[in-house]
Design a protein. Structure first.
Length: 114
């Protein structure tokens, strides 16, 4: 199983980005996908997870500007990020929990700067 994330880049404050992460390989239903991020010098933190039925679970601090969604037919999870702030600058990692095993993507860098 591999997770391939894309969509990161440089964006101005107040801008938006949409991250995508495709899970490749033998993907079984009933899994949980999600996004985490890690800023320089900080611990990795949860943004949101989304169940196989599409139900999202957000970290309290991430509610409002971030929207997670998924396309089960494509085994892909998305993260729509709006009103971005400089403090959102981080490496964003996608996550898959499947049959008790955790998988992580390679990270995609989001830089919010003018």
């Amino acid at each position: 199983v591999q997770l391939q994330a894309s969509g990161g880049g440089l964006v101005q404050p107040g801008g938006s980005l949409r991250l995508s992460c495709a899970a490749l390989g033998s993907i079984f239903s009933g899994n949980v996908m999600g996004w985490y991020r890690q800023a320089p010098g900080k611990q990795r933190e949860l943004i949101a997870r989304i169940l196989n039925n599409g139900s999202p679970i957000y970290a309290n601090s991430m509610k409002g500007r971030f929207t997670i969604s998924r396309d089960n037919a494509k085994n892909t999870v998305y993260l729509q990020m709006n009103s971005l702030k400089p403090e959102d600058t981080a490496n964003y990692y996608c996550y898959l929990l499947m049959r008790g095993l955790e998988y992580w993507g390679q990270g995609t860098l989001v830089t919010v700067s003018s």
